[in-house]
Design a protein around this ligand. Structure first.
Ligand code: DX5
Ligand code: ZN
Length: 214
């Protein structure tokens, strides 16, 4: 299992310390949650903070944009060193164009679905994306409870991918912990995002390892 710790639950007054912990852990990516207070009812951090993070992170950056009009920020996300740029299907009127722009900018395009958005919304974009991110909580906050329906949704997404010639990775975000991770693995997830489970643990690097070995 690949793991992407979310910096949202880190100590924002001591980011360098927490980034170095992730650098020295078995994490596969560093997940960055950008919120605009419009698409989601919360505001997190933006480009100046991500640029600072880029200076210290040795892990590839997995940027999750919970913002309206993400197509307007493709080059800024690229300039922050993102490897993966996640945009919400619900935020993109011209999703195909946005996905193309992300790839043209040299990043891996990923499409994110809210819990209430059905997998079928991806049917005509699945061949173009490198990853699908399924939200297993309503986006905007760390520390929420896992929505069980996500398990069935992963199976439906796996069926869609099986029929496609492109094979995007399946990432799941929200409420991931040592209890939900094995269920997600069994359902077919490839990458798990974990925020509060990692950063509230007495030994965060060990918590990362626990999920990785789930
Ligand atoms: C929520 C964010 C998540 C968040 C997950 O909107 O997209 O990445 O950090 O937090 P936990 O793991 O605490 O549910
Ligand atoms: Zn996220």
């Amino acid at each position: 299992m690949k793991i992407a710790p979310s910096l949202l639950s880190a100590d924002f007054a001591n980011l360098q310390h927490d980034i170095e912990m992730i650098n020295n852990s078995e994490a596969d990516y560093l997940h960055l949650d950008v919120m605009d207070g419009v698409f989601v009812p919360n505001i997190s951090f933006g480009f100046p903070v991500m640029k600072a993070v880029q200076k210290y992170s040795t892990k590839p950056l997995d940027v999750h944009l919970m913002i309206v009009n993400p197509q307007n920020y493709v080059s800024q996300v690229r300039d922050c060193g993102a490897e993966i740029m996640n945009v919400h299907q619900e935020a993109c009127t011209h999703l195909h164009r946005t996905v193309q722009a992300i790839r043209a900018a040299g990043m891996k395009p990923a499409v994110t679905l809210n819990p209430a958005t059905p997998v079928v919304m991806l049917e005509d974009i699945i061949e173009e994306v490198d990853m699908v991110l399924l939200m297993s909580v309503n986006p905007g906050f760390g520390g929420q409870s896992f929505i069980q329906n996500t398990i069935k949704k992963i199976s439906r997404l796996r069926e869609l991918i099986d029929k496609a010639s492109n094979k995007p990775l399946i990432e799941v975000d929200g409420g991931v912990n040592n209890q939900t991770a094995p269920l997600l693995k069994e359902a077919g997830a490839d990458i798990l995002v974990a925020g509060s489970y990692v950063f509230s643990a007495p030994d965060p690097a060990q918590a990362i390892l626990t999920i990785k070995n789930c």
